[in-house]
Design a protein around this ligand. Structure first.
Ligand code: SF4
Length: 448
């Protein structure tokens, strides 16, 4: 494998934080405290949070989990199904509609406007137009979204048709997120993606012709079979695709992926090591910057001239209330985290019986809310500690001065008073820095 000097110069001098191999168990940090600490005992607290009037000053979002995919990617760690027929999918969408209607009646939700709506998965674009339109009508009747700042919709290129894209524009999608991941057919194939490059190309003109307010392209650095040559080509083709934003993830191996199971059973699965993935990530960011993008987080670049934003991410990371609906979805309300049941039958039965779908929950302390917001904001590369102190009533600088000094000495961040800015080297490995801010009891625990 080649190593470009451009990228290696971004590595800090001290790098004991490096994890050479991509081992099973690595995670993308999406919440705090870790999910493994959520429990059944805290469910009543989640029910109480829903039963009390909501805070009108806290933004509220709705997440809809559409758990269907044409094929399961070998690196996937989400709750998805590839075996459901049209009737079962319709049954699920009916259940989802019932859940949203049930939530809309709750005191914590009633009379509040939605700040964002996010259709995630799974593959939301897998569902047919004739199923999507009535669902959307029902959702909008329960929770109007005409004032929302963002309606995001995740798509897999091979599931899109021109008429489906027209329907998405019609229902008000503002951010179309296209899971391209890579442009190389062999790489797409061996990683188990359902689409190939011809499907990426086929939808391009349709998407641009409909002029969605924002087109995001997702890429993964470090898919099985990636080389410098294929990665450079993928980065260039992404720029040529002319998106408004690009999100680059580094390949992770949480326990529940096919790759992880294969690796644990002794099979040779050669995922690039962390240094190589970071070098690819760094190269992509540099190329995107040259092409007119600016960095908006450790994963995302936005076209500087198009005023793109990512409302969902910014709201969730800074403590917005979010109602996660659908099987295994995660919610956050008034400082209480909770998750829906993750079994298909369990979810469907509870929805048919009009029962709560909550499976486990966690009540955060004021300190945990402060740490959560601080570490998630750190993923954006810039943290205003004074703002966090004023919001949460405790000074994060007093709590973490030693940790910030240590990371500054390693060349991973810069601190100026209450302002913390991650260096590029820190930003590219931010998920590995965050557990150092966890409370002692969460540090070496399993994440999910
Ligand atoms: S498309 Fe996304 S959700 Fe579906 S299997 Fe692949 S990684 Fe998982």
């Amino acid at each position: 494998m080649e190593v470009s000097t451009e990228s290696t110069r971004l590595e800090p001098a001290t790098s004991q934080l490096d994890l050479a191999a991509t081992d099973v168990g690595s995670v993308f940090v999406s919440n705090y405290p870790p999910y493994s600490f959520w429990s059944e005992e805290a469910i009543p607290a989640a029910e109480r949070a829903l039963a009390e009037p909501g805070d009108p000053d806290t933004p509220l979002g709705l997440y809809l989990h559409i758990p269907f995919c044409r094929k399961r990617c070998r690196f996937c760690y989400f709750r998805v199904f590839t075996d459901k027929n049209a009737e079962q999918i319709q049954g699920y969408l009916d259940a989802l509609g019932s859940e949203v209607e049930r939530l809309a009646e709750m005191p914590a939700v009633r009379d509040r406007k939605l700040h964002f709506v996010y259709f995630g998965g799974g593959t939301p674009s897998y569902i047919a137009v004739k199923q999507l339109e009535p669902l959307v009508e029902r959702l909008k009747a329960a929770m109007p979204w005409e004032h929302a700042d963002e309606i995001a919709f995740e798509c897999e290129p091979g599931t899109l048709t021109q008429s489906k894209l027209e329907a998405l524009r019609e229902i008000g999608v503002t951010r179309l997120s296209l899971g391209i991941e890579n442009f190389d057919d062999e790489i797409l194939e061996i990683n188990g993606r359902a689409h190939l490059s011809k499907e990426i190309e086929r939808v391009r003109e349709w998407i641009h012709g409909l002029d969605f307010p924002q087109l995001n392209v997702d890429l993964i650095a470090g898919m099985l079979g990636e080389t410098w040559e294929t990665w450079r080509d993928t980065v260039q083709k992404t720029i040529d695709y002319d998106p408004d934003s690009v999100t680059v993830y580094q390949m992770e191996l949480p326990f529940n992926t096919r790759f992880s199971r294969q690796k644990l059973s002794g099979e040779e699965i050669e995922i690039a090591d962390w240094q190589t993935k970071r070098a690819w990530h760094a190269y992509a960011f540099e190329e995107f910057e040259k092409a007119g993008f600016e960095i908006s987080s450790g994963y995302t670049v936005l076209r500087a001239d198009r005023k793109s934003r990512f409302v969902y991410r910014d709201a969730v990371w800074s403590g917005a209330d979010m109602l996660g609906t659908g099987v295994s979805s995660f919610s956050h309300l008034r400082g209480v985290h909770f998750q829906n049941v993750d079994g298909w039958d369990d979810y469907m039965q509870r929805m048919q019986a009009g029962e709560s779908p909550i499976q486990r929950a966690f009540v955060t302390t004021a300190r945990e809310r402060l740490v959560r917001e601080m570490i998630l904001t750190m993923k954006r590369g810039l943290v205003d500690l004074a703002r966090l102190r004023d919001k949460h009533g405790e000074d994060p600088l007093a709590l973490f001065a030693d940790r910030f000094d240590e990371l500054e000495a390693q060349g991973l961040l810069r601190r100026d008073g209450h302002r913390v800015e991650l260096e590029r080297a820190g930003l590219l490995r931010v998920d590995q820095l965050l557990p150092g801010f966890y409370d002692e009891r969460y540090r070496n625990a399993r994440y999910t």
